[in-house]
Ligand binder design. Structure first.
Ligand code: HBI
Ligand code: FE
Length: 254
């Protein structure tokens, strides 16, 4: 994805470090920001407890993602011990190459600003809630954490075939489903951070839910600003790691 001109993006890109990171300042969050965070966490945690995979719910609990906007340093103290991952603050969307390099070094970029109450159900650019609530809990799971790091590594290597990798990210990290003894559950951040998408991904009868296969996923285009009509279902997170370790390089080479 090519980054839009910085002045058209919502975040403050003025005071970034050379790796596009910015510090998180607790003082920057208003009481209204905290209220919006709490509203979203309450709503999505209730849905996650029913429809998310256990690894995600355990991640929420382990990292203590609860009623206040999380302090990245406090979360990192726990997360680093578990899987070596850290959260770093960013002003918003950053260039692909920079994003992949962070992942390859077990740093997950999290947008420091949070949406307004008027955007509870939909917003154009990912905000703190999508990035943190959607993506960070699963980074506490060793297998998924290893997948994300290897995925970043493949992105750094990919060059021209970056779009194939973007599809893999889209259909797993953002919109992935997983089969469990209790039925199909959600692990994708784009679903778990959206009330409408949770309902759609689980209940809709006019979507296709296909078995995960890297080749199929990497050749399936996606549309960003609508409910998905195709989901891919894992049996186990190890499928992701195996694919990105051994199968994916072959598609990126030629
Ligand atoms: N930047 N901050 C941020 N967060 C993302 O999720 C993100 C990004 N830049 C590019 C990007 N995602 C996608 O193009 C990935 O497929 C790389
Ligand atoms: Fe995301």
């Amino acid at each position: 994805m090519n980054l839009a001109p910085l002045e058209s993006l919502r975040g403050n890109y003025e005071s970034m470090a050379s790796d596009w990171t910015v510090p998180q300042h607790a003082a920057d969050y208003s009481a209204e920001d905290q209220a919006v965070w709490r509203l979203l966490v309450e709503r999505q945690t209730a849905l996650a407890k029913v429809h998310a995979c256990n690894e995600f719910v355990q991640g929420l609990e382990t990292l203590g993602i609860g009623d206040g906007i999380p302090d990245f340093a406090a979360v990192n103290a726990k997360l680093e011990k578990l899987t070596g991952w850290r959260v770093v603050g960013v002003p918003g969307l950053i260039p692909d190459a920079v994003f992949y390099d962070h992942l390859a070094h077990r740093r997950f970029p999290v947008t420091v600003w949070i949406r307004t109450r008027a955007e509870l159900d939909y917003l154009v650019e990912p905000d703190l809630f999508h990035d943190f609530f959607g993506h960070v809990p699963l980074l506490s799971n060793p297998v998924f954490a290893d997948y994300m790091q290897m995925y970043g590594q493949r992105g750094v290597e990919a060059g021209a075939k970056i779009d194939l990798l973007a599809r893999l990210y889209w259909y797993t990290v953002e919109f992935g489903l997983i089969r469990t003894p209790e039925g199909i559950k959600i692990y994708g951040a784009g679903i778990l951070s959206s009330a409408a998408e949770v309902e759609h991904a689980i209940e809709s009868t006019d979507v296709e839910r296909l078995p995960f296969a890297a080749a199929t996923v990497m050749h399936r285009p996606y549309e960003i600003d609508k409910l998905q009509n195709t989901y891919f279902v894992l049996d186990d997170f190890r499928e992701l790691f195996d694919a990105v370790r051994s199968e994916v390089p072959g598609y990126l080479a030629h």
